[in-house]
Design a protein around this ligand. Structure first.
Ligand SMILES: [Zn+2]
Length: 317
């Protein structure tokens, strides 16, 4: 893994691209507060990720934190999109079903709208006829197991119980600190790991020392250091032209604010754009096609961020 990396930036960017921005955390709490009905909040990862510009994995982490703070509580999940297609005729399937499932099956046939091959069961209608979602899903899975129909499930929806009083600005600040601390410790971990691998002392001897074994041989003879290959991760700071970078960031800022007028173009967003880090909003804007996207992936993130802050605080005209 390490040998294939062309720089420390690449590793650091894994971490930095994932840290949610403060306004994104606020957007998340706002989203929860405004889409909660009767203390119940239903959400789908993809849509929430797009709405907040937080990537799926850190988003999951934040939701866990919200649970730990008692603001939300996971209840259950279900698929919002269910489609089915018959593998044998409904008449045939019906004949093979026990009597107690006949009424349910007839209701399913009545309440499913077919377009050519695939049909969509109307769960509201089925519920009105006394068959709840769980009961219908059990029958669908049973028939799918018997190869009598195919079920396609999409849009996994998570249902949470929400304590709206707990979705406060203080909580947003706490989550922000949590994310920043996380980022710092991840960066420190990378630094430690790299120090370890770029030492010119036998890696196995190093490991042995780390675990307190002082009797290990000083040269194992087969690790990369013993074979004369010390890892070098270059920092490519020398090749940066500050005025060119500023110009590029201005161009990116202009493009981003044109494409998405409602979305705040922050320094972090600009830096991530220049570094070519994936963000939900970049997917939506098809940012990869833009010549500036990832153009400065070899520049350390901290340099990009500082330059972006400068661009935003000193508009050109
Ligand atoms: Zn060795």
């Amino acid at each position: 893994l390490l040998a294939g990396l062309d720089g420390l930036n690449v590793l650091e960017n894994f971490v930095l691209g994932d840290t949610p921005e403060p306004h994104a955390i606020q957007a998340l709490l706002h989203n929860i507060a405004t889409t909660t009905h009767n203390n119940q909040w239903e959400t789908q990862t993809y849509g929430l990720s797009q709405a907040t510009n937080i990537r799926a994995l850190p988003l999951k982490t934040l939701l866990v934190q919200l649970e730990l703070h008692g603001a939300i509580q996971a209840k259950h999940s279900y698929y919002a999109d269910i489609k089915l297609k018959w593998q044998s005729s409904p008449e045939h399937i019906c004949q093979a079903l026990p009597n107690e499932q006949q009424a349910l099956f007839h209701a399913l046939v009545r309440c499913t709208q077919f377009k050519k091959v695939w049909g969509e069961p109307d769960f509201t209608q089925l519920n009105q006829q006394g068959f709840n979602r769980d009961t219908v899903m059990r029958l669908l899975n049973q028939l799918a197991d018997a190869n009598q129909l195919v079920v396609e499930t999409k849009k996994l929806t998570d249902v949470y119980r929400v304590e709206p009083d707990k979705l406060t600005t203080e909580l947003a600040t706490q989550l922000q600190h949590y994310c920043e601390t996380n980022e710092q410790s991840e960066l420190a971990r990378i630094a430690t790991m790299l120090r370890f691998f770029s030492l010119n002392r036998c890696l196995n001897y190093n490991l042995a020392l780390y675990f307190g074994d002082k009797n290990a041989p000083e040269h194992c003879g087969h690790c990369s250091v013993c074979r004369g290959q010390v890892l070098r991760l270059p920092k490519s700071e020398d090749s940066i032209n500050p005025s060119l970078l500023t110009e590029d960031l201005r161009e990116s800022q202009f493009w981003l604010s044109q494409q998405s007028p409602d979305f705040p173009v922050t320094a972090a967003l600009l830096a991530r754009f220049a570094a070519g880090l994936n963000q939900p909003i970049f997917t939506r804007l098809k940012a990869r096609k833009h010549a500036q996207f990832g153009k400065h992936e070899n520049v350390p993130y901290s340099t990009l961020l500082a330059c972006a802050q400068n661009v935003l605080t000193n508009p050109s005209h």
